[in-house]
Design a protein around this ligand. Structure first.
Ligand code: ADP
Ligand code: MG
Length: 481
């Protein structure tokens, strides 16, 4: 590039022009800086403006200014000089706004990488299974996820009962605890532990046929089997064969069948056939059978026949142990204070805890970033404020908005106004503090399922009810100051 083309440029420079200039600079730097550094640090820079003395670029990466200054400043200055035709200073400025969009983009990219990595890993493991299991087909037709095994499950006081029961069932399917009914809040390991039973049985008793199915898939199967057409009887027979000729049936999230009469009937018939011939049934749900609205009494009583085991929110030690396990599988060092920090922030959902951990490690390794609390807070978009909302503060604001007493708000009164105030308070406690349903339940002295119900109800209504939406946003504004 000769200087001729640019020597006639005088201020003010148009944005279009600056982009052209910067692209030229990039094409020079691309050949001088290693590919990974170039892509990680230089490509995301955004040119802002330049005058006769100085060229300014912004970055959303806190380390970029010092890193580039220290290692590649000379190349960058030279490239600029080459393109513009005279010596200019280069300012690399950290920009918080850009940091936000950058964090999102990086998280997205990290998630993509993570997914690709997970798929690759699953493929490798699956290949390995050919040798471990007698029957790979058995493995595939059972629908199991390779990650969800007993070996990867961390046992704590919150899930001990479910774990022991699951192991018993896995060792002697169909003999004790039939059905095994595991229930608890979202992201607490129900699916994991249920699938662990399946893996164990396939490995140790390959002659048994295991089938894992979500209740949703079951519903779809019923609907398809019942669809009108010539093949109806054939389809129904196929459906029944699929579910009734297994030795171990694992049904995940059974609450989803509630109120679907034909599906309930098929579950009932399948249950009876399997149970009476000593086949094992394992069921998971986010609540007890009695608490599933409109579930028929005959199903409630059958689900209660065996053992009901709940999974609670794990304590901090268990949460840390889960992260330590994950850390062992990554090739980067995750300091203990980071593990503790994440385990403290994500206290009621292991799926979210794991998600944050994966984001942090992927992001840090892509950006060659040191793992310290300050960086981790940025990566997970941690806001101190979110943590500082208290249940007390929230109910105070709600009670004063509705002009009722705290006692009424937390009591059992059912007048429309009080009931709405209570549900709004519950909704806001969950939404603003992200605390668990059981914890909120303790505060209101109500079951966690009541809390879940109230939360869902308000969340749903907010979509269509403008006056409620106005109420909730007014109260939120007051709480958030
Ligand atoms: P649920 O079915 O209760 O919503 P999952 O079984 O899908 O929850 O668990 C969510 C995530 O948390 C999964 O990746 C699972 O492996 C992980 N997980 C949950 N409990 C544990 C545990 N005790 N030890 C290790 N990982 C766990
Ligand atoms: Mg699940």
């Amino acid at each position: 590039m000769t200087s001729k083309r640019f020597c006639c440029i005088i201020e003010p420079m148009s944005q279009e022009n600056i982009i052209e200039v910067w692209n030229e600079v990039l094409s020079i730097l691309e050949n001088q800086i290693s590919e990974s550094t170039f892509n990680t640090w230089v490509v995301p820079l955004e040119p802002q403006y330049y005058d006769e003395n100085c060229f300014v670029v912004h970055t959303g990466q806190a380390f970029a200014p010092s890193m580039l200054r220290k290692n590649h400043y000379t190349e960058m200055l030279n490239a600029l000089k080459q393109v513009i035709g005279r010596e200019l200073d280069l300012k690399i400025v950290y920009d918080e706004e850009l940091a936000k969009t950058f964090a999102k983009k990086a998280a997205k990219r990290a998630a993509q990488l993570e997914k690709a990595e997970a798929e690759k890993e699953a493929q490798e493991k699956e290949n390995g299974y050919k040798y471990q299991y007698d029957s790979l087909t058995q493995m595939q037709s059972s629908n199991l996820n390779l990650k969800y095994k007993f070996e990867n499950f961390v046992v704590g006081s919150n899930n001990k009962l479910a774990f022991v029961a699951a192991q018993t069932v896995a060792q002697k399917p169909g003999t004790k605890y039939n059905p095994l009914y595991i229930y608890g809040g979202p992201g607490l390991g129900k699916t994991h532990i249920m699938q662990a039973i399946g893996h164990y049985i396939i490995k140790n008793k390959p002659e048994l046929k295991v089938l894992f199915i979500t209740a949703e898939e079951f519903v779809n199967d019923v609907v398809n089997a019942l669809a009108r057409g010539d093949e109806k009887t054939k389809k129904m027979n196929k459906f029944r064969k699929k579910y009734r000729e297994v030795d171990v049936l694992l049904i995940d999230d059974i609450q989803l069948i509630a109120g679907k009469t034909r599906t309930e009937e098929e579950v009932f018939n399948t249950f009876n056939t399997l149970h009476s011939s000593g086949k094992q049934i394992v069921i998971t749900s986010d609540r007890t059978p009695k608490e599933i609205p409109s579930l028929s009494d005959r199903l409630v009583s059958r689900f209660e026949w065996g053992l009901m085991a709940d999974i609670q929110v794990p304590d901090i030690e268990t949460r840390m142990a889960i992260l330590q396990n994950l850390a062992r599988d990554t090739n980067i060092e995750v300091p203990n204070n980071i593990i503790e920090f994440l385990a403290t922030v994500y206290s009621n959902n292991i799926r979210e805890l794991e998600g944050a951990f994966n984001r942090v490690t992927a992001y840090a390794s892509i950006n060659e970033m040191p793992l310290n609390i300050e960086n981790v807070k940025k990566i997970i978009n941690y806001s101190e404020k979110e943590k500082s909302y208290t249940f007390d503060g929230i109910v105070d604001e709600v009670a004063s908005y509705y002009n009722i007493s705290l006692k009424e708000l937390k009591g059992t009164g059912r007048s429309a106004k009080i009931a709405e105030a209570r549900q709004v308070a519950i909704y806001l406690c969950r939404d603003l503090t992200k605390q668990s349903f059981p914890d909120i339940g303790k505060f209101f002295d109500k079951k966690h399922t009541t809390i879940m119900y109230s939360y869902d109800k308000i969340k749903d209504e907010l979509k269509t009810n403008n006056s409620l939406s106005h109420t909730v946003s007014t109260i939120t504004n007051k709480i958030c100051g």
